[in-house]
Structure formats: structure tokens, C-alpha cells
Design a protein around this ligand. Structure first.
Ligand code: CA
Length: 254
């Protein structure tokens, strides 16, 4: 009784109201940091917590897999070189077990082969070490924003027999479901919102990646290739056209 009275005195009502309002409008985002370097992991944990994220750290591939299967993360930061395996394998395994949280790979080398392997394994984006914390935060926000935007727009998109539901994040061609990574989904969604329109690489990067993205535009070509492998080739279609010197176009009739 006495404690309750005392705490009533020290916490102004306005502050209690503000903090409950804040919790309602800004749900805590949960981040899994997979990193074996203790200093780096501590730095990431502290920095992300200061930004209001809930953070779990996994120093090994084994722990990453366990945590990733048990918890619904909003974003996963994944180091490539781990003491008991590599991040690519962790990403593939998590995707295989139905963990679809956006994955941001932290690669030590700026090698194209690393980036392609990362994207092939189902990662959504990559960041080369050393990176600035500001850039890391921007990439995380961008990944989260795309997820939220997709949830907020309910209308099912239809181009030919290709259907994409932004709310449930399901894609089908005819009656066959197609599994896409978050990035492939975002790219297809943008293409489907502009059927028969020529979209330049720059425009695709601005809308699907981030307006502040400074990586090379080859990433668009890489993802278009992934999409073709999933939405076209198995169905004998060629719906995503390369418009030489201009960009790409999703044909309404294919
Ligand atoms: Ca490492």
C-alpha cells in the first residue's frame, strides 16, 4: 500500500499516459544479431537497444538457428563468418524452416561472389564491414518499412494469371503458389503496380531498395534473374522483359 502511494507521487500521470501511448503506437521491433565477435556484438546490441529495438544476440550458427526458429523476429542481422558454420548456410536453413524475417547479411569482404551467395541463400540485403552505424540503422528501417507498407495495402494485385497479395504476402501463378524472399517480393510488387511500364534500374532501386542505397545497380539484374527463375521459367513464360538500355518491363500478357 505504502509503495503504491509513493510511486503515485513520483511518477506524474502525464508521463504514464505518454509511455503507454508510445508503447501503443510504436510496437517494439525484435532484432536477432548473429555475430561471434564479442565487441562487435556488444556494440550492435547497445546501439540497437538505444534505438528502441529488442535485441537477442547469437554468437554461433547453432544458437542462431535455435533462436531463429523459436522467435518471430522483425529483422535478422547475420554475420557471414561464424565459428561453427557460415551465415549463408544459417540463412538457407532458416528460410527452409519458414523464418521469413528480412535478413541483412554482414559481410567482411566486398566480394561480388559473397554478395551473390548471400542473396542466393535468401538474404534480403547486405552490408560490408566496416559499416557506419547510421547506415545499418537506415538499412534496418528500410527493411521494416517495406514490411509495414506491404501489410497496410490490402488490394490483391493481378497481372495476367500472376496474383500477389500484399496483405498475406502470397504470390501465385495460375493456382501454383510461389515462394519469394522479402526482396524478390518487393521487386515483384513494384513491377506489378506498374505493368507494361518500362522501369529503369534507378527507379527500381529507389523504390525497392532504399532511396539512399548506394550499392551498384547490378543488384537489380541479380534480383530480376531470381524472379524470372521463380515466376517465369517454371511456367515457360517470359513476362519480365529486358528493355535494352532502359530497364525492365513486366508484360501484362505473357
Ligand atoms: Ca565473424
Amino acid at each position: 500500500m505504502r509503495e503504491a502511494a509513493a510511486s503515485d507521487e513520483v511518477v506524474p500521470t502525464s508521463l504514464i499516459l505518454f509511455s503507454s501511448w508510445w508503447r501503443t503506437v510504436v510496437p517494439t521491433m525484435r532484432v536477432l544479431v548473429v555475430e561471434d565477435e564479442i565487441k562487435m556484438a556488444a556494440l550492435l546490441r547497445r546501439g540497437l537497444q538505444e534505438e528502441g529495438y529488442a535485441v537477442d544476440v547469437a554468437p554461433t550458427a547453432e544458437e542462431a538457428l535455435w533462436l531463429g526458429r523459436e522467435n518471430p523476429y522483425d529483422v535478422i542481422l547475420l554475420d557471414v563468418m561464424l565459428p561453427d558454420g557460415d551465415g549463408f548456410e544459417v540463412c538457407r536453413t532458416l528460410r527452409g524452416s519458414g523464418q521469413w524475417a528480412p535478413v541483412l547479411m554482414l559481410t567482411a569482404r566486398d566480394a561480388v561472389s559473397d554478395r551473390v551467395t548471400g542473396l542466393d541463400s535468401g538474404a534480403d540485403d547486405y552490408l560490408t564491414k566496416p559499416f557506419s552505424f547510421a547506415e545499418l540503422l537506415a538499412r534496418i528501417r528500410s527493411l521494416l518499412r517495406r514490411g509495414e507498407l506491404a501489410e497496410g495495402r490490402a488490394a490483391v494485385l493481378e497481372v495476367g494469371d500472376l496474383l500477389l497479395d500484399p496483405a498475406t504476402r502470397k504470390v501465385t501463378r495460375g493456382d501454383r503458389p510461389i515462394a519469394l524472399t522479402a526482396k524478390e517480393f518487393a521487386l515483384l510488387e513494384f513491377l506489378m503496380r506498374h505493368p507494361d511500364e518500362v522501369l529503369t534500374r534507378t527507379r527500381l532501386i529507389e523504390h525497392v531498395w532504399d532511396f539512399a542505397y548506394e550499392g551498384d545497380s547490378n543488384v537489380v539484374d541479380v534480383y530480376v534473374r531470381y524472379l524470372r527463375e521463380k515466376i517465369d521459367r517454371p511456367f515457360g513464360r517470359r513476362s519480365i522483359e529486358t528493355v535494352r538500355g532502359a530497364g525492365y518491363r513486366l508484360r501484362a500478357e505473357s
